[in-house]
Each structure stands twice: as C-alpha cells, then as structure tokens.
Design a protein around this ligand. Structure first.
Ligand SMILES: [Cu+2]
Length: 168
C-alpha cells in the first residue's frame, strides 16, 4: 500500500518536472540564441592566428652601429638579408645615416633622397632627417650586396654594410 503510494508520488514528480522542463524550453528562445552566436564567433578568432607565420619573414637578427664624433663603429658590418641594423647616435650632433652616393642616396636599390617624406620612405636606406644625439634609426637590409653609406650632415663620416644571402 505504502509502496504504491511512493510510486504514485515519484511518478507525479517525474511528470510535473518533465512538464516544467518542456515548458521552460518552449518559453526560453532568448537563452537558445546566445549559444548559437557564441559558436559562430569563436571559429573566427580560432582561424586568424593560423595566418601569423607570414610575419616571420621580418624576423632577422638585430645589429647595432654606434655613431660617435669619431664616426660609425663598426665602420664595416656584415649581415644576412633580412637582418635589421640600428644606428645609434651617441655623438654631440644630429646624424643622418643615408646610402651612398651623397647627395642623391641612390646606391642602395630603390633608395633616393627624393623618396624622403613620401609613402616609399620606409623602403629607402635613408633616415631622411637628422637623428638627435641619444636617438636611433633602424633599417632592414633585404638587398644582397655591399652598401656604402655616410652621414648626410657630415658626409666625410662613412661606413659599409655587406648583406649576404641566407644559407641553411
Ligand atoms: Cu648625403
């Protein structure tokens, strides 16, 4: 007798609970749309990092040439294509590293003082302005060859960057 009553109560609870769950599902369309939008947005953020290896093209070594009142040091430097050279001014005057020949700066491929202050400036081996003492200017050398340069503000101060091909 008690056993039957228990089964009846459990059965009633299951039916009420089930009915409540079905009612909640039907009356809650807003809750169901949010997992859908989260699903569509997450694959986008997962796909984009797979394009990042393209940036490794720019990951060469970094060298430093120091400019003092005595000139550039080291005066001659050998790097691998894709390496970056930082020219640090530790002299008492502004410095303006630029490709030979003075005053046109057209020795390095694609360089010309006429490209200064244009959209092509970043492609030229030319600081395009005086860099104050304590400041620095850097350039990535992608062209293989021997590239002479000078201080455009004091052309007697010269240096040479030799760029070699990358070999495994
Ligand atoms: Cu010059």
């Amino acid at each position: 007798m008690i056993k039957n009553l228990m089964i009846g109560i459990v059965g009633a609870v299951v039916i009420i609970l089930g009915g409540f769950l079905v009612w909640q599902k039907v009356n809650a369309p807003v809750v169901e749309t949010s997992p859908t939008s989260a699903f569509t947005s997450s694959p986008v953020s997962q796909v984009s990092p797979s394009f990042s290896p393209l940036s490794s093209v720019d990951e060469g070594l970094i060298y430093t040439v120091v400019y003092t009142d005595q000139g550039y040091a080291p005066q001659e430097l050998t790097v691998i294509a894709g390496d970056r050279v930082i020219f640090k001014n530790q002299s008492s005057r502004p410095m303006w590293p630029a490709s030979a020949m003075h005053p046109t700066h057209e020795g390095y491929p694609g360089s010309s003082i006429e490209k200064c202050h244009t959209v092509q400036q970043s492609m030229t081996f030319d600081a395009c302005e005086g860099i104050a003492g304590g400041g620095e200017w850097s350039f990535v050398f992608n062209e293989i060859g021997e590239w002479r340069y000078h201080d455009h503000l004091l052309p007697s101060k010269t240096g040479k960057i030799t760029v070699q091909a990358y070999e495994k």
